[in-house]
Design a protein around this ligand. Structure first.
Ligand code: WTA
Length: 638
């Protein structure tokens, strides 16, 4: 292993320094990124820092370099911080003890489980699906895959059996790692039952490993199922790391698209490692001794990049929380912050809005003087929520980083650097060094003025970007590189102020973000259409005080006499079963028709305005195929 301990990943520590680094990253991206990459542990360094052609599109970072990401996240810390806490685990039930794992302990657990995977026949390149609660074993499972070169595909444990099966089959996973059940507030979710249902449709799964978590009764499939604890008995915790190529896949993570099935974004090892570490350290200004807590679930990209890989790669101490913000009370987050002396707290605007509805005494009763930096992610934060976060949680004393990024970008793209670059409420602010955003007109012309509003696009590759959609490179090209040739198109709109700060204004496609979760309209409409009485449906969003956006479904049915209440209930159940509870429509309206263009395209713009009670601005409907339908829908809206 080539390592250079003197050469630590350095932090940008002043606004001036930010500008210098930013300029360097644009002028000479290869030397900028190689300097950062040099601070990691490699078995072999790269031939070339960057090779790309976005017409194909292809992007390769650190070509021919060899490494294992777990040696960077674990082994290299054994020399200097083996006994430092890597993970603090806080259980759902506050009366149960929390647990701490040092780097030495985590390393041993990962190596042992890596051997279990090998014993079960998992090899380099195999895909392994992980469907688990927020327990430390989830992190162990993902790092164990990385240790032996298997590709993990984590499915958020709130997803339904259908959603799980689709994802397992799409990337032909050989193995599934799960738990008997998951605690979530007062609920006990029967994960294994959901898995059994899913696996009826997944013949390619050869084996499952089940963690005993809730100790509830489960159905057992002999020959397929095995217990985590029994498989680990007497297994060595020494496991040589598989030497991987920089561009080998590290994981697949599904995200919703505006049409069709979910997209399995593929992230590769070296670029992702370099980018998540660099962005973690600089955005949060994490220093040794700090306690960092990101409340996301590891089943989403925020958990992958900023609970697991980024923090571990730089040797941080990170909290993993099994529970939810309102159990046993709406003060749980603050209780945990005080208990573990959290210095860096990173959450979603939806959680902030939900907690803000409750008396601020629930925050103020805790001593939160430990907090140094606050962060948000996943959706635009409104000014009221920002203010409350700043005043009540941060006591006017903590910089807030509003971090814009995506599953596809791998890491934070636009954000202030805590306390180093200026913040501006509701603005993600400035791009990180190495990131070259721009604004485009709908026709694709760059808006050259500083102050502008348009479609957000990225002009140049960065190491953390997803390299393809698993099994469908054409779709990758079509979705991200064809709308505006020569640019990466994230699907968001943005505006820019005179100082170059970006404010993300929301999606410009048919993805709807509800409580920070990306939902495509197509899979939800498909689920609604599965109801035997449904002819057709259209789903749009309307603003919601807490969730940011809520879902409004317009549904045409065959049977006008069916009791509406029953129908609403059944439609919600179907969506919950086929997509997941987070995708249940908040409002359903039974309609006689949907407004359509003469070419048969549903006019969602009109449906959105009706859902938003913005009738006055609907405008001329006379060119529609069926203009009368609009009045009908408005008349019958409840
Ligand atoms: C939205 C989450 C405004 C955006 C890391 C993006 C945001 C989508 C912000 C990606 C933010 C994320 N301000 N909008 N700070 N962060 N978004 O893939 O629309 O779950 O395209 O990744 O969330 O969601 P994803």
């Amino acid at each position: 292993m080539e390592t250079d301990q003197k050469n630590e990943l350095k932090m940008i520590s002043s606004y001036e320094d930010y500008h210098t680094k930013y300029e360097q990253s644009v002028k000479d991206p290869e030397s900028f990124w190689s300097e950062i990459a040099n601070t990691f542990v490699w078995h072999q360094k790269w031939d070339k820092v960057l090779a790309y052609d976005w017409e194909i599109p292809t992007t390769k970072w650190f070509t021919n370099a060899k490494l294992n990401i777990t040696e960077n996240c674990l082994d290299r810390h054994l020399e200097f911080r083996a006994d430092q806490t890597a993970i603090i685990w806080e259980p759902n039930d506050p009366s149960q003890p929390s647990k701490k794992y040092t780097y030495r302990e985590l390393h041993a657990k990962v190596c042992q489980f890596a051997n279990v995977l090998k014993n079960k026949g998992i090899q380099k390149g195999d895909r392994v699906c992980i469907y688990m609660p927020m327990v430390v074993e989830l992190t162990v499972a993902m790092l164990a895959c990385a240790r032996i070169g298997a590709v993990h595909s984590i499915v958020f444990a709130g997803f339904s059996s259908e959603a799980l099966a689709t994802r397992i089959n799409d990337s032909s996973c050989k193995m599934l790692i799960t738990a008997d059940g998951a605690y979530r507030g007062t609920k006990n979710i029967p994960l294994k039952n959901i898995v059994d249902e899913a696996l009826k449709r997944c013949p390619i799964i050869e084996s499952t490993i089940i963690l005993k978590n809730t100790a509830q009764d489960i159905h057992w499939v002999p020959g397929r199922d095995s217990w985590w604890h029994l498989e680990s008995m007497d297994v060595s915790n020494y496991c040589e790391a598989e030497i991987m190529d920089a561009e080998d896949p590290l994981f697949i993570l599904y995200t919703s698209g505006s049409t069709g099935k979910p997209k399995g974004m593929v992230h590769t090892i070296a670029g992702y490692m370099v980018y998540t570490s660099f962005s973690f350290l600089n955005v949060f200004q994490y220093q040794q001794g700090d306690i960092y807590w990101c409340t996301a679930d590891i089943g989403w990209i925020t958990g992958h990049s900023y609970i697991v890989y980024g923090p571990l790669a730089v040797g941080a101490t990170s909290v993993i929380f099994e529970g939810i913000p309102n159990y046993p009370g709406y003060d749980r987050f603050w209780q945990v912050c005080e208990k573990h002396q959290v210095s860096h707290f990173y959450t979603a605007p939806t959680a902030i809005r939900a907690l803000k509805k409750h008396p601020s005494s629930l925050v103020e009763k805790y001593d939160l003087s430990c907090l140094k930096v606050l962060g948000t992610v996943g959706e635009p934060i409104n000014v009221e929520a920002w203010q409350w976060y700043n005043d009540i949680v941060g006591n006017n004393n903590c910089p807030i980083v509003d971090t814009w990024w995506q599953t596809e970008t791998g890491g934070i793209m636009i954000s202030s650097l805590a306390g180093v670059t200026p913040q501006k409420s509701t603005f993600a602010t400035l791009p990180l060094p190495g990131i070259q955003p721009t604004l485009l007109t709908p026709k694709g012309t760059e808006l050259s003025e500083k102050e502008a509003e348009g479609i957000l696009a990225i002009k140049f590759p960065w190491p953390g970007m997803a390299r393809t959609i698993y099994g469908d490179h054409n779709r990758y090209k079509k979705v991200y590189f064809s709308a505006y040739p020569g640019y990466y198109f994230p699907g968001d709109g943005a505006l820019r102020d005179i100082d170059g700060n970006y404010r993300i204004t929301g999606r410009v496609d048919d993805v709807i973000i509800v409580s920070g979760h990306n939902l495509g309209t197509a899979p939800i409409e498909n689920a609604i259409n599965q109801h035997p009485l449904v002819v057709e449906s259209a789903l749009v969003s309307y603003p919601h005080e807490i969730k940011g956006n809520a879902l409004y479904a317009y549904v045409i049915t065959y049977d006008k006499d069916e009791k509406e209440e029953n129908l609403h209930k059944e439609i919600k159940e179907i969506v919950s079963r086929l997509v997941g509870p987070i995708a249940k429509p908040d409002k359903i309206q039974i309609v006689t028709g949907l407004p359509k263009t003469r070419s048969g395209k549903i006019m969602r713009r009109i449906l959105r305005k009706i859902a938003n009670n913005d009738i006055a601005s609907i405008g001329d409907t006379s060119t529609l195929l069926n203009p009368d339908v609009v009045n009908d829908i408005i008349k019958n809206k409840k």
